[in-house]
Design a protein around this ligand. Structure first.
Ligand SMILES: Cc1ncc(COP(=O)(O)O)c(C=O)c1O
Length: 375
């Protein structure tokens, strides 16, 4: 079966550069922190235009650190999308906060600002906006809501490092800004299959606010600035030098890969445009997606998955359950009903979504040819 994400093909393409960078780290004796991590942070900053980048151990850890930086206290409510990976809601609850689940837009599958507005209450402290499947969330509207109610925005760009958006906020004046610059604090993930992925876990926190950056760096280093003096309770939030070296090589190729991803997505878009009952996630004007996933809605998903299985095409269901229905939130739902009402669009979408094999090295033409043969 073809791979869902073709990481071996990517490694083959950059093998010489990767092996040289990996060997240099292994021979250096410096495996944690050091030049590779410092240089990566500078390069991430200048790539996305954030003032400060702080690397850490994973995207999930980046969210936890960011929430602590923002001062989340037990009992605080945070509005999160009902349709996404669990990490944003999980981190809120882990820190004693209460995730409140907003519905999504049926076309873009992104958090719906109207639903967010309805959920704002006296205990709401912020919004976590997820750049789902690689497209930026509707920041202009979210920022208006946040400003009106005195809330912060945490931008979860785990799936969208490299995406652009021209309508992020009123200050962008129509120019394209990169993902990881729309939140008061933003995060990304370097999980291997992400648009910019390493060979293990990794993540980063971005902010324009120097105090937030300083606090994030402190929390990611056991609350310590000075060796063996700990000002705060922090964590081991380190990115390995080896992962940083791999990311520095892959970052050089990111723009070219994103361009190839656009072309590969077009092949799927054109194919599904001619098939009734199939609706790809809509990428709105002014956005470029990283296509961390190529995801579409299918009216008869069971019939389509049996075609894919016969044709030997792998697929994933991102995501099969609204987050508010996940067993881990049941106790919270029983104790605190806020944000656990059903979300009609999320529920419908969970029954119809499917993601197809996708990356810069996926031959999407051959995937559509294989699918065509099943009709
Ligand atoms: C939207 C979103 N947020 C957060 C994460 C967590 O990232 P990590 O796996 O690096 O912890 C992921 C990972 O899939 C994600 O998709």
């Amino acid at each position: 079966m073809m791979p869902f994400v073709n990481l071996p093909a990517q490694r083959n393409a950059y093998r010489n550069q990767l092996e040289k960078a990996e060997k240099a780290v292994l021979d250096s004796g410096c495996y944690i922190g050091g030049d590779q991590v410092r240089l990566l942070e500078q390069e991430l900053d200048s790539y996305c235009g954030a003032a400060h980048a702080v690397t850490c151990g994973s995207g999930t850890q980046a969210i936890e650190i960011a929430l602590s930086v923002l001062g989340l206290e037990p009992g605080d409510q945070v509005i999160v999308p009902d349709f996404t990976f669990i990490a944003p809601a999980e981190c809120v609850q882990k820190l004693g906060g209460i995730p409140v689940f907003a519905d999504i837009d049926p076309r873009t599958l992104q958090i719906d600002p109207e639903s967010v507005e309805k959920l704002v209450g006296p205990k709401t402290k912020g919004i976590i906006a997820v750049n789902l499947f690689g497209q930026c969330a509707p920041y202009k509207k979210l920022r208006e809501i946040a400003d009106r109610h005195g809330l912060w925005i945490l931008e979860d760009s785990a799936q969208a490092f490299g995406a652009t958006c021209t309508a992020g906020d009123s200050s962008s004046e129509g120019k394209a800004c990169r993902a990881c610059t729309f939140g008061d604090i933003s995060i990304t993930s370097f999980y291997p299959t992400k648009p910019l992925g390493c060979y293990g876990d990794g993540g980063a926190i971005f902010t324009a606010n120097p105090e937030y950056a300083e606090k994030a760096r402190l929390l990611a280093n056991h609350g310590s600035k000075e060796r063996y003096r700990h000002i705060e309770i922090g964590t081991n939030g380190r990115l390995d030098a080896l992962q940083a070296a791999v990311l520095r090589v892959k970052l050089q190729h990111l723009d070219q890969e994103l361009e190839q991803r656009q072309q590969n997505a077009k092949v799927y878009d054109q194919f599904f445009a001619g098939l009734p009952g199939f609706t790809p996630q809509v990428i709105t004007d002014g956005n470029t997606s990283t296509y961390a996933q190529y995801t579409l809605l299918v009216e008869n998903r069971a019939e389509f998955t049996s075609r894919l299985e016969k044709a030997g095409i792998p697929y994933c269901i991102h995501y099969p359950l609204p987050l508010h229905e996940q067993p881990c939130f049941k106790k919270l739902a029983a104790n605190d009903g806020a944000g656990f009402a059903s979300n009609a669009t999320t529920e419908k979408v969970c029954g119809q979504v499917i993601s197809l094999p996708f990356c810069a090295f996926t031959d999407t033409q051959s995937v559509v040819e294989k699918i065509s043969k099943t009709f």
